[in-house]
Design a protein around this ligand. Sequence first.
Ligand SMILES: [Zn+2]
Length: 150
Amino acid sequence: MMRWIDVLIYARYSNPEPCKRVEKTEEAWQRQLTPDQYHVMRQKGTERAYRNAYCRAYDPGLYACAGCGSILFSSAEKYHAISGWPSFTQPISKSAVKYAFDDSHQMQRIEALCNVCDCHLGHVFNDGPAPGGLRYCINSASLSKLDSPV
Ligand SMILES: [Zn+2]
């Protein structure tokens, strides 16, 4: 289980080794992604609260990276955080998500990225539910839901 100390250590020192790497030029990303996805995933944008696809989705399934298809989260770890974005308490595995310090917007936050393709996902906070205490606040635009049962 990931805890806040693990997130800080990964962001500060080095992230877990991904199972594979996907690297593309910005031109290729721009061709592949919708404008909204490109803004969020490659320009570290934030979609509007509540007006996004998976904010209120709780049916079973897995959530993949919209950029490379890597599985990132499960509906089993999704919970209602009243934040306006899909929120998860844990990633699907320790190596699924990459962490980085983000000092933009006069805030000190930890950015969550896809560990395979480096697309921006959202941020991680330490105000999630027990036992892990984490809240992965993720943009719907960065996710693609697979409707297979968990
Ligand atoms: Zn990815």
